[in-house]
Design a protein around this ligand. Structure first.
Ligand SMILES: Nc1ncnc2c1ncn2[C@@H]1O[C@H](COP(=O)(O)OP(=O)(O)OP(=O)(O)O)[C@@H](O)[C@H]1O
Length: 684
């Protein structure tokens, strides 16, 4: 008999958009709080409005026409008996025209603009006028493309009705969770905007307290879980690879490097696994810290793995670590293995054998390092570069893969994208954090100039000057995320333009679609100083280290995010030479740059400090987006603020251990409610 596959209900675009916002369970919807409220309870007479007022009017459509041309518009005239107003829509559907046909009675909300031609509203919201006005303020929810407010509002109310909101707090509270959520989602008619926005209101206090408690519970559970795990103890020993490396380095460690090396060594000496994040600004010298950690591990007779997210980065780490460590290891009968994407089968087999036998004390590579076929003889430390590029799931897979005989490896994760302290505490709930907050001596800060695209020729002339001084130059082409193909066209055109403008100079091109071997060849020419200019898409974003490069030009800088610009700029100023970064911008058809793009370029011109950049980035984008990019999978505070709500934090900190001990089921339910699938470390 044929079995008919069960038909899976198709997701509508609106449902997909809900999922994109992370709104899957009824409780997720119930906890999706309004961003602001609109007052639709009042109708204003058109004759009483002033330029710039945002108002709601009730009027009849008296005229409707489409103005043709390149900027097609729908123009609708309405009359409310006191005056007329023109509604202008630049994008519209046939259904708009129908609802706005002459004779229709509508309610319109928007900003009134005065002018010679009379009152106007651009893209106002409108709906049929049913005669009945809402009696209370209307919530407006954070949303995303393809998810209209009306749909989201209904979904939230349905979620609120279905969610399990039973009490999880063991001590009596002034407001229940249900009361707090009802207050915010369905404001009563007498509730004012001021009350709804007052974060010290008991409804908000209840939500923040809940959220902080969930965070404290999950952190504590993670910590207890970790305390129960075993890892090999790796005490630092004298006279080994670590001491050899310290003696051979051409520079002395900075104070900050010494401090974090000591923090890591202390963790490695304990029988519990280290889970530490090493964060440091671009060029602050994280690699040598990783090398020293690896050396401690190898001196104790164990293996270490280092994994980077791209072939270029992994390759660069391999080269640097091999320079530093290979001679020291060879003297002890051990070596370094490489695992990359484009490797020949025979070479790969040979490397796998060295890893399995333990002869390879250090293994460097890309994701290839955690593939099933890789068997370590005795792995004790895994170093993961740019860990935020690896998803939480990959991180967990790594841990599972590397654990053996009841022992977990120590994990050191490196990131060149510093996160402000308050966010780090909640984002990296399960990690300890070490920070390199000092650059090696002798660096001159990179001078950054924001230059209009119209002055491109001057910039090309400047490249010529740098080349004559024996320096090298990066030229980064725009990022148009949706289309790698367009990126490539741009980069290729720029490559041709620069090759023409700079006769006799080797100008290279690097982009994501090249084969690993081609990329490697181009990078090698640039690293060895044979190539003067490297035109690249953003593949060089992280980690590339060519100290002789002293100028970076970023084309269409207005399209890049702030941390990304900072990362890119970090590719220059890595040696002693004075370096510069030129941010070329274009405003396209617009008369000037948008506000956030302007804020980003201004921040870049004003500071080179990665922590300050991170702070401004957070300010410009808000925590959701700021962390979203980092593939957040860890708990994150949405409502509470660790500084502002210090008293609630103290309450949660005090309650969490008692709750875990005395009410473990309530604790579990509470964390599930707030963190849902993200509460991975509670599973144990
Ligand atoms: N204490 C030090 N004194 C002088 N130079 C140093 C010191 N530490 C590291 N360096 C050098 O500084 C450069 C940058 O170091 P490294 O590549 O480790 O930076 P990073 O922190 O990994 O930066 P990024 O995240 O940008 O890759 C390298 O050329 C490195 O050899």
């Amino acid at each position: 008999m044929l079995s008919v596959p069960a038909e899976r209900p198709r997701e509508s675009p609106a449902q997909r958009a809900l999922h994109k916002l992370g709104l899957r369970r009824p409780i997720d919807l119930a906890l999706h709080l309004p961003l602001r409220y609109e007052d639709e309870t009042r109708i204003v007479r058109l004759a009483d409005t002033h330029d710039g007022d945002t108002v709601q009017i009730a009027a009849a459509v008296v005229g409707s026409e489409i103005r043709p041309g390149p900027r097609r518009q729908l123009l609708v005239t309405v009359d409310d008996g006191t005056d007329r107003c023109l509604l202008r829509f630049f994008s519209f559907y046939p259904s708009h025209q129908k609802s706005l046909a002459p004779g229709a009675r509508i309610r319109v909300r928007g900003e009134v603009r005065g002018g010679f031609a009379g009152r106007q509203m651009l893209h106002p919201q409108f709906r049929p006028d049913t005669g009945e006005l809402p009696t209370a303020l209307t919530p407006v929810y954070p949303t995303t493309a393809g998810l209209p407010q009306s749909y989201l509002r209904k979904a939230v109310l349905a979620g609120l009705a279905r969610a399990d909101l039973s009490e999880t707090l063991p001590t009596p509270q002034a407001w229940s969770l249900r009361a707090a959520l009802d207050f915010l989602h369905h404001p009563a008619p007498e509730v004012s905007l001021a009350a709804l926005e007052d974060r010290s209101h008991p409804a908000w206090q209840r939500l923040k307290a809940e959220e902080l408690l969930a965070q404290q519970l999950s952190q504590l559970a993670a910590k207890r879980e970790r305390d129960g795990l075993r890892a090999p103890r790796l005490p630092a020993t004298a006279g080994g690879v670590r001491d050899g490396l310290l003696a051979a380095l051409p520079f002395a460690l900075t104070g900050a490097q010494q401090r974090v090396v000591a923090e890591i060594a202390a963790d490695l000496g304990r029988p519990q696994p280290m889970h530490r994040l090493l964060q440091g600004d671009v060029g602050s010298g994280k690699t040598v810290v990783a090398a020293l950690a690896a050396a401690v591990c190898m001196d104790a007779g164990w293996q270490c793995a280092l994994m980077a997210p791209t072939e270029i980065l992994a390759e660069q780490h391999f080269r640097k670590l091999a320079d530093w460590l290979a001679p020291l290891l060879a003297a002890r009968g051990r070596g370094i293995a490489w695992l990359g994407g484009g490797q020949k089968k025979k070479d790969r087999e040979a490397q796998l054998a060295r890893i399995a036998s333990g002869e390879a004390a250090l293994v460097v590579g890309t994701h290839a390092v955690i593939q099933d076929r890789v068997q370590f003889q005795r792995l004790a430390l895994a170093v993961i570069d740019e860990q935020h590029r690896f998803g939480v799931a990959q991180r967990l897979a790594l841990r599972a893969k590397l654990a053996h005989a009841g022992q977990e490896p120590h994990l050191l994760m490196m990131s060149a994208t510093p996160i402000p302290r308050t966010l780090a505490m909640s984002y990296y709930a399960d990690l300890d954090v070490s920070t390199i907050d000092e650059l090696p001596p002798g660096r001159t800060p990179v001078v950054t100039r924001v230059v209009h695209e119209g002055r491109r020729d001057e910039v090309v002339a400047r490249i010529g000057e740098q080349l004559r001084e024996g320096r090298q130059v990066y030229w980064v082409c725009p990022l148009i995320e949706e289309s790698e193909a367009i990126d490539l066209v741009n980069a290729t055109a720029t490559h041709a333009e620069l090759s023409d403008a700079l006769p006799g100079v080797l100008v290279g091109l690097l982009h994501a679609r090249m084969l690993p071997a081609e990329k490697k060849a181009v990078m090698a020419l640039f690293t060895e100083g044979l190539m003067g200019v490297l035109v690249s898409t953003t593949v060089i974003e992280v980690g590339v280290d060519v100290p002789n490069a002293s100028l970076m030009v970023i084309e269409h800088a207005e399209r890049f995010g702030l941390s990304q610009l900072h990362q890119l700029r970090g590719r220059v100023g890595r040696g002693a030479a004075a370096s510069a970064c030129v941010l070329l911008y274009s405003t396209g058809d617009a008369p000037r740059l948008g506000e956030t793009a302007r804020a980003r370029l201004k921040a870049m011109a004003e500071t080179t400090d990665g922590f300050e950049i991170a702070r401004r980035d957070l300010e410009i984008r808000g925590p959701g987006e700021f962390l979203g990019e980092r593939q957040s999978g860890a708990p994150l505070l949405r409502f509470a603020d660790l500084e502002e709500d210090a008293d609630l934090l103290a309450w949660a900190r005090e309650l969490a251990p008692r709750m875990l001990d005395e009410h473990p089921l309530l604790a579990q339910r509470h964390v599930q409610r707030w963190l849902g699938g993200k509460a991975e470390f509670l599973k144990a």
